[in-house]
Design a protein around this ligand. Structure first.
Ligand code: DX5
Ligand code: ZN
Length: 217
């Protein structure tokens, strides 16, 4: 049986009833809780800051999987740890000293991950693969929930799967964007370990059932 993880993204949750939405995730078979942090510079959208993360942390029973879509993330690594991040993902495109950034995330006690935009080649991560808990392959252009999955992602995922298996790095592969009950099977076959799922869960009438279906895929 597959050991894949589900990380619901609250980007399209009902923010007027956030406590109820996080309570739903707590009750569900989900493994993580995915928080999208956007700064209006690296991506054309803004989300929320440290106060909101801290409050979410105080009620979440799932580890926080924090996805930073911000320029110069190095300035804030400690602040995200203090706010409650357990897993911390930075974008390759925002980190000129990526090896150092990854080491600092690990030293702060979080699990380090790197995200690649759709146009960024997976082989760029080969020299630091063993240092990474996870690689996030963006399957949409980051910035918004509910976008269409980019089909060219399959080739990148298969290439990354091969690289990880050959090096014995044990790094997890995460996908984010456009994941549905219809494509999760193909993504599993391509070698994905961790699924970020936003709209498919939060726009559903029975989100608990959807999470259960995704978990059983
Ligand atoms: C997009 C975010 C995603 C987003 C995914 O920039 O990183 O986490 O919430 O949402 P869906 O699953 O709706 O495509
Ligand atoms: Zn995300």
């Amino acid at each position: 049986m597959s050991q894949h993880l589900i990380s619901p993204s609250i980007l399209t949750a009902d923010f007027l009833h956030l406590e109820r939405e996080i309570g739903m995730v707590n009750q569900s078979e989900a493994d993580l809780l995915h928080l999208d942090i956007m700064d209006g510079h690296f991506v054309p959208n803004l989300t929320f800051g440290f106060t909101v993360i801290r409050q979410i942390k105080s009620i979440s029973e799932k580890p926080l999987d924090v996805h930073l879509m911000i320029t110069n993330p190095d300035r804030y690594l400690e602040a995200y740890r203090d706010a409650g991040a357990d897993w911390l993902t930075v974008h390759y495109e925002t980190c000129p000293h990526l090896h150092r950034t990854i080491q600092q995330i690990g030293e702060l006690g979080m699990k380090p991950a790197v995200s690649l935009n759709p146009h960024t080649e997976v082989s760029l991560l080969e020299p630091i693969l063993k240092e990474l808990n996870m690689v996030l392959v963006m399957t949409v252009n980051p910035g918004f929930g509910g976008q269409q999955f980019i089909e060219a992602s399959y080739a990148k995922i298969r290439k990354l799967r091969k690289m990880i298996d050959e090096t014995g790095a044990g790094t997890l592969i995460q996908v984010d964007g456009g994941v549905t009950e219809a494509n999760i099977g193909d993504l599993l076959s391509a070698g994905v370990d961790v699924f970020v799922v936003g709209n498919t869960i939060f726009a559903a009438d029975k989100p608990l059932q959807v999470i259960s279906n995704l978990k059983k895929a």
